[in-house]
Design a protein around this ligand. Structure first.
Ligand code: 5RP
Length: 226
C-alpha cells in the first residue's frame, strides 16, 4: 500500500477516534502537514458535530475553511477538546520531533491548549530514539547566528532552511547531529536560549494516543503499548 493511502487511512481513523470527544460546543485543534491534511478532509463528514477548529497554520486554516468548517482563533475558542497532528519522529514515550513543515510554534501552542493529543504517524516515523530527523528550531531572524553558535556548542550542526519564513515571519534552523538522550531536558534547555521561539521537540507535552499503521491496518496505542 502506498504512503499516501496510509496517511489517508490515518486521517480517517483519527476522525473516527475523536467522535466520542465531540459535543456541539467542542473546538478541536488541527495540525499541519500531509497526514493532517487527510484528517481535515475526513472532518467534512463530522462538521455538524463540533463547534469549529483552531488551525496550527495558515495552510490548514484554508483547507478547513474549504470544507466549510468554522476556523476561530485560540483566543476565541478557549480550551480545546482534542488536538490531532502528524510528526516527523515519535518514540516509545510518545515524545516527538515536529516542524518538518515549519508550523512547530503554532502546533505547540495549539497542542498545549488541548485536553487530548492524538498523533497520526505512519510507521516510517517510529524511532527508538529521537534525532535522526534534523531538529527544526524557529528563530527570530536577528538571533540566527548567535543561536546557531550555541547549537554548535551543544554538538549540533544547524542549517538555515533556505527561502522559508514561518507563518510568524521567522526563520528555521534545521539542526543535525544532536544527541537527544533526554528529549524533555533538551526541549527545556533550548526554550531558555534567547532568540529561539520554539524548538521542534514535543516531549514536555507528548502525545496521549498514537494512531499508526501495521501491515496496512491502523492501530491505536497509548504510551507503553507499542
Ligand atoms: C509540520 C509538522 C508535521 O506534523 C510533520 O512534518 C509531519 O508531516 P507529514 O504528515 O507531512 O509527514 O510538524 O510542521
Amino acid at each position: 500500500m502506498g504512503q499516501d493511502r496510509i496517511k489517508q487511512l490515518l486521517g480517517q481513523a483519527a476522525a473516527e477516534a475523536i467522535k466520542p470527544l465531540l459535543t456541539p460546543e467542542t473546538y478541536i485543534g488541527v495540525g499541519t502537514g500531509s497526514t493532517a491534511n487527510y484528517f481535515i478532509d475526513a472532518l467534512s463528514d463530522l462538521k455538524l458535530h463540533f463547534a469549529g477548529a483552531v488551525a496550527s497554520s495558515i495552510v490548514s486554516a484554508e483547507r478547513l475553511q474549504a470544507q466549510q468548517i468554522q476556523v476561530v482563533s485560540l483566543n476565541e475558542s478557549g480550551p480545546l477538546g482534542v488536538y490531532v497532528d502528524g510528526a516527523d519522529e515519535i518514540d516509545p514515550s510518545f515524545s516527538m520531533t515536529k516542524g518538518g513543515g515549519g508550523a512547530l510554534t503554532r502546533e505547540k501552542i495549539v497542542a498545549s491548549a488541548a485536553a487530548h493529543f492524538i498523533c497520526i504517524a505512519d510507521q516510517t516515523k517510529w524511532v527508538k530514539r529521537l534525532g535522526q530527523f534534523p531538529l527544526p528550531i524557529e528563530v527570530i531572524p536577528m538571533s540566527r547566528s548567535t543561536v546557531a553558535r550555541q547549537l554548535v556548542a551543544l554538538g549540533g550542526t544547524p542549517v538555515l532552511r533556505e527561502n522559508f519564513l514561518t507563518d510568524n515571519g521567522n526563520e528555521i534552523l534545521d539542526v543535525h547531529d544532536l544527541e537527544i538522550d533526554d528529549p524533555a531536558a533538551l526541549e527545556a534547555a533550548l526554550n531558555h536560549l534567547p532568540g529561539i521561539v520554539t524548538n521542534g521537540l514535543f516531549a514536555l507535552r507528548p502525545a496521549d494516543q498514537l494512531l499508526m499503521d501495521v501491515d496496512g491496518q491502523i492501530q491505536t496505542y497509548r504510551v507503553g503499548q507499542r
